[in-house]
Every structure is written in C-alpha cells, then in structure tokens.
Design a protein around this ligand. Structure first.
Ligand SMILES: [Zn+2]
Length: 388
C-alpha cells in the first residue's frame, strides 16, 4: 500500500483573480492604505514627541490603538488591520526608520494594491472563495481546490493592474538524493551563471528582446501595453532562472554562490544588462529550493575569485576593467589554461568548502541588529560632534 506523502514545505501559490472582484479589492486597498498611513503617523509621533520620552511602537501597540477601527471601514476587517499593523512594524524595524513612505491611493504615483489577511478569514465557497463577505473567484480553480490548508497571505496587485491571491500553503516536495557532491556558481554578465563543472546559463535577453517593442508602445502612449511587455520580460527571466536553479538543487548536495550584488553595479553603464540578469532572484531561488531539498547552500565573497588561479592559487589572472574582456587566460605561475568564468566558479567552490580560504575570501559581515534609536537623530548628533 503506497504511503500518502506528507506536505513538508510551505510554498506561496499565486492565483490570478477574476475581473469581477477588482473594484471591490481596489476599494479595500484604499482602506488598507489608510490604516498604513495612520500607523505611520502615530508611530512617528510616538518616536518624536513634542515633549517627554520617545516610544518605539510595536505591532501589538498599534493593534491596541486601532481597536474598534473596523467601524470606520466598509471592506476590511480587524484581522486585515492587524496584519497591516504587524507588517508596518516589521518594515519599520527592518529599515530602522522612524517614518516610512506613505501609501498613496490615487494619482500617477499610486501604490500597488495590497490587502493582507489571516488564514482564517479566507473560506472556500464551492469553487470560489469568501473574504470579508465578498465572493471572489480565481482562475485555475481546480488548482485552488487541491489545497486544503493555508496560512496568512495577501491579495496584491501588479503593475498591469491584475490582482493576485498569494496563498502560502504546505506542499509535498519529493526528496531526490543528490547525484553530485558540490558545485560552485559564478554569476556574471557574459553568461548569467557558470558552474565549476562548466555548465552555463546563457545571459538572459528577456528585457533586451522586448526593448524595441516597449519603446514603441511608450512612444505611442500605450502605457498598459508597455507594462504588459515589462511583465512578459520579467516572467521570461524568472522562467529561465527557475529551470536552472531547479536543476542545480536536484543535482548537487552543496551549492556555493558568489555574493555579487546588483544594486551597486546597477549604477554603472552596464545597468540594463545587470538588472536583466537577475542574480538576486537566482540566489534566492537556489536558497529556498536547496533548503527544501535538504541541500547546503552557501554564499561566499566573490573577491579575487576571477583573478586567482584555481590550480595553484596565484593571483595571476586578468584584473581591472580591461581584464573584463579576457575570456581565456593562462596562469603565469603554473601554466594552467583557464576559462574565466569556470575558473571563478572553481574558486567560489573552494571558498565554500573551507571558508575563509583563497586570497582574502572572508565571509561578508553580518547585519547589525536593528537599533531602537531612529537613525536620523544619531546622524545629526554625529555631525554636530564632528563640527564641534
Ligand atoms: Zn596557476
């Protein structure tokens, strides 16, 4: 008798909502924005009072203060308000700011709609779902019917204006034993990813391929069409990365990735190519897919990995901006011929096996714990100190 598999991993499943619920959700999103902005104002006043000691409000404090607020709202309920409070407090702690940006409900700089909910407030009603007294229908209802339990999630809107139901649900992931021991992955522009075994994920041209069409649509003032094309590009990019990261997670027991970051490099001339490569997305996919398959995923510093010879460890490789176009090189110390990216991937793998190892490959500094004092005040003090 075959055993029924036990769901072991939480995955956020996305369902597109049918058109008829959109107006209701947009009205609910306006109320969510009001709650968010109220929380922003109240917590800022508490953090910077006109007199007396300052207080850093938590999500629970906001919950207490917002008791009875449901009377003012027609769409959202108490659980949504509490989820907004919790998310606001979390974001504020994360960014260590006394005040966050306002959520804007109308105009051209409108925030994309977002309505969070608690698991218990979504109920199934036939093939549809019930939320706060409104029946909403999703596409792919059969897939939705296949889920029997879920956790707290949200409704969210994308730039095109479509609404999505994001439902974290436990799903079954089959445990495939890894065929290979370990792999290093070098992230780059020539190829988005190169492994130490020589496998290559070609540079995504998701955006470049659609660039002309997007430009045409924008010139003609077809904003919605341009947004659709942008969404198409991002889906193509994600698809290629998903396929690659799934293959890696299924094949290797240990995966080591470099820590190259796109926001820094996106300010350079290579910005479009860098943002089109999706390094951060790939790293995130490798992490969660690796975790759920029981693999070890490590992120190591990329420093010097392309200059170091993976055979003898000498710093004999091409360096600097001019060295970027050197694809193949021969080590001056040991005479080994290297492919630039494969060599870097091998060094990354070596750094992951025993960190810290090759040539100053130290692990990146840990993030400092969030401080309770808001940052701007601290900066002002430091500046005053320097002036004195
Ligand atoms: Zn060498």
């Amino acid at each position: 008798m075959p055993e029924t598999p036990i769901p072991n991993v939480i995955r956020t499943l996305r369902f597109k909502l049918r058109r008829e619920g959109v107006a209701w959700l947009e009205a609910a999103a306006v109320e969510v924005n009001q709650v968010w902005n109220w929380a922003n104002e109240v917590s800022y006043k508490a953090a910077r009072p006109y007199s007396g000691p300052s207080r850093w409000l938590s999500g629970f404090d906001l919950d207490k203060l917002s008791t009875g607020a449901t009377k003012c709202f027609e769409h959202v309920g108490a659980d949504t308000i509490q989820k907004v409070d919790a998310e606001f407090a979390r974001r504020r702690r994360q960014f260590r700011k006394a005040k966050l940006r306002w959520r804007v409900s109308r105009g051209s700089r409108r925030s994309l709609g977002w309505v969070p909910f608690k698991a218990a407030s979504i109920r199934r009603n036939g093939r549809a779902l019930r939320f706060c007294g409104k029946t909403l229908r999703v596409f792919e209802a059969d897939r939705f019917l296949g889920i029997d339990r879920w956790r707290d999630g949200c409704f969210c809107q994308d730039a095109v204006g479509d609404w999505w139901l994001c439902l974290p649900a436990p799903v079954v992931i089959e445990d495939i034993p890894a065929a290979e021991v370990d792999v290093g992955i070098d992230l780059g522009l020539h190829a988005t990813a190169t492994t130490s075994d020589g496998a290559v994920l070609d540079a995504g041209r998701a955006y470049r391929d659609l660039e002309q069409k997007i430009a045409t649509a924008q010139r003609r003032g077809h904003k919605r069409h341009a947004k659709r094309l942008h969404r198409k590009a991002s889906r193509r990019r994600a698809f290629a990365l998903h396929r690659f990261s799934r293959k890696m997670a299924n094949t290797y027991q240990m995966i080591v990735v470099g820590d190259v970051s796109s926001p820094k490099l996106a300010r350079t001339r290579m910005a479009k190519a860098i943002l089109d490569s999706g390094w951060g997305l790939l790293r995130m996919q490798l992490q969660y897919k690796g975790e759920s398959a029981g693999r070890c995923v490590r992120i190591v510093s990329e420093r010097n990995t392309s200059r170091t010879c993976s055979a003898c460890g000498a710093l004999s490789g091409p360096a600097g901006v001019n060295g970027l176009r050197v694809r193949l090189w021969v080590c001056g110390e040991c005479g080994c011929a290297h492919d630039r990216d494969v060599n870097a991937a091998k060094n990354i793998l070596a750094a992951g096996r025993c960190s810290p190892s090759v040539c100053g490959n130290e692990s990146s500094p840990r993030h400092a714990p969030p401080s309770r004092t808001p940052r701007p005040r601290k900066a002002r003090k430091a500046r005053d100190g320097a002036a004195a």
